[in-house]
Design a protein around this ligand. Sequence first.
Ligand code: NAD
Ligand code: TYD
Length: 354
Amino acid sequence: MARTLLVTGGAGFIGSCFVLQARERGERVINLDKLTYAGNPDNLASLAQDPDHILVQGDIGNAELVNWLLRQYRPDAVVNFAAESHVDRSILDPEAFVRTNVLGTSTLLRVVKNWWQNLDEPAKSSFRFLHVSTDEVYGALKPGDPAFCETTPYSPNSPYSASKAASDHLVRAFHETYGLPTLITNCSNNYGPRQFPEKLIPLTIINARNNRSIPVYGTGSNIRDWLHVEDHCAAIALVLEKGRVGESYNIGGHSARTNLEVVQSICEILQQEEPSPTMYADLILFVTDRPGHDFRYAIDCSKIERELGWKPAHTFATGLVDTVLWYLANDAWVENVCSGAYLDWVDRNYGHRG
Ligand code: NAD
Ligand code: TYD
């Protein structure tokens, strides 16, 4: 029988990509998603008639519901994407991040652990709990610092990264204390189709196309490493299949760029694809910096490359072109997400930045 996965947060940007790939592999997916502003069933429109994708609207912090799903569907693994994921929102409302990322993950772990403890062999030893995390838990690097590796001490700076760090610690503790077969992945910034336009790359594409200013925080010199979402999801599948229990794996794209370089590249691609009489790059506006803005992230992903043979399929250059083309070709998706609630966010986050 095909493997069954309980995927949480599978209607979001990365989770939906993972669900689509899992269905291509023939795995049955139970998708538990609260459908917050970031969860979008349109991301899974191609699975609307698929009996092996079951979307359940609910919270990872709802113990009764999680317990029922485990008993009903008996998953071979849980893959936890569910989270509040945007740093700027965490600055304006940290508690929402504690609720889902810390308390929600804690409840999910407890309920899964109680269910897992009563499984018979071989299901018990082959079961996996994979927790999807971020490189932001490691904190910020200075210009010449070595890249983050799996043993770099955690030093989170934003409420978002602090809440993700806390959830990683809980996952680790459930392995050490109860023997739950856990895996953790820590990935750099993702980009690709279906990313909510609060994040830098889709925000830039959509603002530029609408002749609106492109807000760059500070001087645009902060550095991020970028990985295509499909490569991230392929890495997660590989860790799930072959990763050593109790371990964490860094995932990265070998594509470090300043924010200004990223924004300028998008403007160049747009100029090529949809030439504008005024240059898109003229829309770049340097605005008040994000408080506590991490200067640089860089990730050493040699462990997953060496141990599991993973390597990304996309380069940043081609992946970025493909991403811009996806947004140009999907006006209906863009219009749907850029609705009332999104406009409120734009006002809250950018209204005071000038
Ligand atoms: P996203 O915000 O697009 O999606 C999050 C999903 O989780 C949404 O569908 C939302 O409805 C759901 N959700 C939120 N709270 C929930 C709850 N309490 N119960 C059930 N579902 C809930 O985020 P994303 O960018 O797809 O990120 C997914 C995961 O990957 C997160 O854990 C994030 O920390 C991690 N991550 C993201 C990146 C990135 O660059 N986006 C990089 C590394 C790691
Ligand atoms: P973001 O996409 O929010 O991801 P993260 O904060 O998780 O890295 O931001 C990526 C980088 O882009 C980050 O350094 C902040 C910067 N940024 C801007 O300059 N302007 C913006 O409007 C946004 C949303 C982000």
